[in-house]
Design a protein around this ligand. Structure first.
Ligand SMILES: *Cc1c(COP(=O)(O)O)cnc(C)c1O
Length: 388
C-alpha cells in the first residue's frame, strides 16, 4: 500500500480496467452459471443496508426483524409456518450449518461420536467441506440409472453412526429432484436427521407446482425433513451473497449455540460472526417485489426456454442425458468428445460448464439467457455438428 492516498477517480479508473475483464450476464453468453443478474430492487436495498451487522442484532433490531420476515416468507414457499433459520452467504454455508446441527444433535441426544452422513453421489461439493470441517465420514448412496438417489441403497447404508441423510431438490449438475417422500419415510423410521438441499430448486419447484407441474412433495410438508437449504442468490433473484438455512425446530439451532459475550445478544448459532444484513433485506425486498405471481411467470419462462433448447438439440443429433425436470439441461454429441465440444463452444464465445457425472455439457437457463441467445447457441451447435 502506498503512503499517499489515491483519489476516487484514480481508484475507479484502476477498478474499471479490471472490471472490463469480467463477463456480464446481460450479454447472454454465460450458460453454465446458477447465478444471474439480481433484480434491481435487491441491488438498491442491498446498498441501503450495506453497513448493518446481523452478527450484533441488538444494534440492528430493525434488520433483525427483516431477516425474520425473510425467513418466514421463504418458509411459506417450503410448507412451514414457523421456521427457524438465517439468511447466510449461500448454499455452502447453509449446508455447513445443517451438517453441524445434525452432528451436534446426534452427539448430544444420541451419544454418537463417530458421525457419518449419507449423501447421494449427486450431492454438491459443499458436503465434502462440511465433512472435513466437522469431522464427518461421508457415505455415498448409489444413484439409479436416471441419476436420482437409489433409495434402497441409501437405506442399506444406515449404521448406528449415521447422523444425517441428505437429499436434493434440484441437483447442481442435472437439476433433478430426488424421491424425497420415500427418503423422508426412511429417515423417520430410523429416527435420523434429514436435510434437503434445495439451494437451486427451492426458488423454482414451488412456482412450477403452482403452475400445475407435477413434482413429488419435497419440503417441510414431509414430516422427516428437519432442515432445508435454499438460495435466494440463484433462482430467487437476490444479490450475492444470499443463501438461507431453515430448520423445522429451534432445538437444531440450540445445539449449535455458543456464547458471544461482548455482543448485544449473548448467544449465537451461526458459523460466521459479523454478517451482513444487506442480504436479508435484499432477499425480503425482492420476494415482496416479485410475489408468487412474478416468480411463477419467471419459472415458466425458464422452462419454456429449456424446452426450446431441448427440442433444438434433439433435432440436430445431440443427445440429452436425461429429461430435464428444471431449467438445467445436460447433453452430449455421439461423435464429439465433451471437452472438445466445450472448447469449440468457448471459441464461439459461449461459456458452458461440464458436468462430472455423467460427463456432459451442462447448461443452466437462468433469466439472463434469452430465447434469442438460445437460438444463436443452437445455430452454433449446428455449425459444429455439421462440420465435424
Ligand atoms: C449451488 C449449490 C450449492 C452451493 O451454493 P453456493 O451458494 O454456491 O454456496 C449447494 N447445493 C446445491 C444443490 C447447489 O446447487
Amino acid at each position: 500500500m502506498d503512503n499517499k492516498p489515491k483519489s476516487r477517480e484514480e481508484i475507479f479508473k484502476i477498478l474499471d480496467k479490471y472490471q472490463e475483464k469480467d463477463m456480464n450476464y446481460s450479454e447472454g453468453r454465460i450458460l453454465g452459471s446458477m447465478c444471474t443478474e439480481s433484480e434491481s430492487i435487491a441491488q438498491s436495498v442491498f446498498y441501503k443496508f450495506i453497513n448493518s451487522n446481523l452478527g450484533d442484532p441488538g444494534l440492528f433490531k430493525g434488520t433483525k426483524i427483516i431477516e425474520d420476515h425473510a425467513i418466514k416468507l421463504i418458509g411459506s414457499l417450503l410448507s412451514i409456518d414457523n421456521p427457524y433459520g438465517h439468511i447466510v452467504t449461500g448454499g455452502t454455508e447453509a449446508n455447513l450449518m445443517a451438517m453441524r446441527a445434525a452432528r451436534n444433535y446426534a452427539r448430544k441426544y444420541k451419544n454418537i461420536n463417530n458421525s457419518e452422513i449419507i449423501i447421494p453421489k449427486s450431492a454438491h461439493f459443499s458436503f465434502k467441506k462440511a465433512a472435513d470441517i466437522f469431522g464427518l465420514k461421508i457415505v455415498e448412496a448409489d444413484m439409479r440409472e436416471d441419476y436420482k438417489i437409489d433409495v434402497s441403497s441409501l437405506e442399506s447404508k444406515i449404521t448406528k453412526n449415521t447422523v444425517a441423510i441428505v437429499a436434493i431438490a434440484g441437483t447442481t449438475e442435472l437439476g433433478l429432484v430426488d424421491s424425497i417422500d420415500k427418503i423422508s419415510e426412511i429417515a423417520k423410521r430410523n429416527n435420523i436427521y434429514l436435510h434437503v438441499d434445495a439451494a437451486f430448486g427451492g426458488f423454482i419447484i414451488p412456482f412450477l407446482k403452482d403452475a400445475g407441474y407435477d413434482f413429488p412433495e419435497f419440503d417441510f410438508s414431509l414430516e422427516g425433513v428437519c432442515s432445508m437449504t435454499i438460495d435466494p442468490h440463484k433462482m430467487g433473484l437476490s444479490t450475492i451473497p444470499s443463501g438461507c438455512i431453515l430448520f423445522r425446530d429451534k432445538k437444531y439451532l440450540d445445539v449449535m449455540v455458543v456464547e458471544s459475550p461482548y455482543l448485544t445478544k449473548k448467544k449465537q448459532s451461526t458459523i460466521v460472526g459479523t454478517r451482513n444484513g444487506a442480504s436479508a433485506a435484499a432477499t425480503y425486498a425482492v420476494m415482496e417485489y416479485m410475489g408468487r405471481e412474478g416468480y411463477t411467470k419467471f419459472a415458466l419462462e425458464a422452462m419454456e426456454k429449456t424446452n426450446t433448447l431441448k427440442e433444438g438439440l434433439l433435432k440436430m443429433g445431440y443427445e440429452i442425458v436425461t429429461e430435464p425436470e428444471l431449467n438445467i439441461i445436460a447433453f452430449t454429441h455421439p461423435n464429439i468428445d465433451v471437452n472438445h465440444l466445450a472448447y469449440l463452444l468457448e471459441e464461439k464465445n459461449w461459456r458452458v460448464s461440464i458436468s462430472a457425472y455423467p460427463k456432459a455439457i451442462r447448461i443452466v437457463i437462468m433469466r439472463h439467457v434469452t430465447l434469442d441467445n438460445i437460438k444463436e447457441f443452437l445455430a452454433d451447435l449446428k455449425c459444429i455438428a455439421d462440420n465435424f
